[in-house]
Design a protein around this ligand. Structure first.
Ligand code: SF4
Length: 429
């Protein structure tokens, strides 16, 4: 398997639309051009790629410039240095690689997976003093919450946030909760259900998981959202679901909830843009958040795949809009997609609706099947893409010098409440 597939394609591709094109010329800029120099103001962008056009909030963590020697280092030298630190630290270090990382990061990962699975896998390495999370900010927070106190979690690039997670912040969610409390009341009904129960997607800040933990709420992943929502409806008349409207809506539809009983809460509008009557009638109140990677997929792309390949199997992620999920053959988490590819018979044609790095890797690992991304334009997740070997080498060599750079630490009070919501999820069957 080539180790630099997406990077190589980006170097060769043109900006535009159609085969072998990229969504933005900014992808060709060195990734550290986005880092903040001493005394410089934050750049109002997540970086090149799918969430490039989302507005980065003021609270988004910044990455300051790393030493010039790492920025100037050739790939072969970075590779040699990363492997040397791995060798030196041995079991004291575990490297986690999210499926959406580029191949020249994944090659160093001890474990590959989705965010929750990676945090659980890290817990199977109690001797690892350092957990290097090659993913995004909320994932590193979850790893810190689920690991033991003596373990230190490191995010190689602090600006690797998640634009979707950033669309819901504690202040706005608290405002929403208070407003809804005034409209819906606080008292449980005759069946003991509370008027509203909060459910947060794993892709959210630690303080929002804690918010749920403190209010009888729960966390869900894209694999268990249906089971978690059933659990929530046994305890609440309605659910406030954040931050991804699409996962919430797609799961609601799967549970047979009519679209008229799902309303969208826009935090910039009074009452989220709804009437009190609509809020009272709603079963799910969906936060107005989205993943810019999965929102790129369209019904037209599904139709084109069907036109081009008779019998193609279209599998998409449930962060895609409802109409795309309905046009596809199947929808499921990254693990579901990987399993679908692995278990498909040789010769199967699969059109996949998820992040390009994962799709290209599946393509390389299963040459007996035809696998392609529904979106012909190369547009990786902007924030996952901020993790580059230069940052990995920088933080790893820092460890040898006795410095823990870019540590992600969640306040213990927040971590305790977040663990309650995460543990509830683990007990749901
Ligand atoms: S793919 Fe979407 S949800 Fe995942 S980290 Fe990127 S922006 Fe966030």
């Amino acid at each position: 398997m080539s180790t630099k597939m997406i990077d190589d394609l980006i170097v060769q591709a043109e900006v535009g639309s159609g085969e072998g094109t990229i969504c933005s010329s900014d992808l060709k800029q060195p990734i550290w051009s986005l880092d903040v120099a001493e005394g410089e103001r934050a750049k109002p962008t997540y970086g090149a790629g799918a969430s490039q056009w989302d507005k980065a909030p003021v609270f988004a963590p910044l990455q300051h410039q790393i030493p010039a020697k790492y920025r100037q280092m050739a790939h072969a030298e970075l590779d040699r240095r990363i492997r040397a630190v791995k060798e030196t630290l041995g079991e004291r270090l575990v490297i986690l690689g999210h499926h959406y990382q580029r191949d020249d990061i994944i090659q160093y990962a001890d474990f590959r997976g989705d965010s929750f699975k990676l945090s659980q896998l890290a817990a199977t390495r109690p001797n690892a003093e350092y957990i290097l999370f090659c993913g995004v900010h909320f994932m590193a927070e979850s790893a810190d919450i689920l690991s033991s106190p003596q373990q230190q979690v490191i995010l190689p690039n602090l600006a690797a946030g998640c634009s979707m997670a950033d669309m819901a912040n504690l202040e706005d969610v608290l405002d929403c909760w208070e407003t809804l409390g005034q409209i819906l009341g606080q008292k449980p009904n005759a069946e003991g259900q509370q008027p509203l129960l909060p459910v947060t997607y794993m892709n959210s800040a630690a303080n929002l998981k804690a918010f749920c933990g403190e209010r009888n709420g729960i966390v869900c992943t894209s694999s268990n959202a249906e089971t978690v929502l059933k659990w929530a409806f046994a305890r609440g008349e309605r659910v406030l679901f954040f931050p991804d409207q699409h996962l919430g809506r797609n799961t609601g539809v799967k549970l047979g909830i009519p679209l008229e009983e799902m309303v969208l809460w826009d935090p910039s509008k009074p009452l989220g843009g709804n009437s009190p009557a609509a809020l009272r009638q709603a079963r799910i109140i969906l936060w107005r958040g989205w993943c810019s990677v999965h929102q790129r997929f369209t019904v037209a792309q599904v139709e084109k795949a069907r036109q081009d390949y008779l019998g193609v199997r279209v599998v998409v992620h449930p962060e895609c809009p409802l109409e795309v999920v309905e046009a596809a053959d199947e929808a499921g988490s990254t693990d579901y997609i990987i399993k679908a590819v692995e278990e498909a018979a040789a010769g199967t044609v699969l059109a996949i609706g998820t992040e390009i790095n994962l799709v290209r890797r599946l393509q390389a690992e299963h040459p007996d099947k035809k696998i392609f991304c529904l979106d012909p334009v190369i547009c990786p997740c902007s924030t996952m893409y901020r993790i580059h070997p230069a940052y990995v080498a920088w933080v790893l060599e820092g460890l040898l010098d006795g410095q823990v750079l870019n540590q992600i630490r969640v306040d213990e009070k927040v971590a305790h409440a977040a663990r309650i919501a995460l543990n509830r999820m683990l007990t749901v069957k």
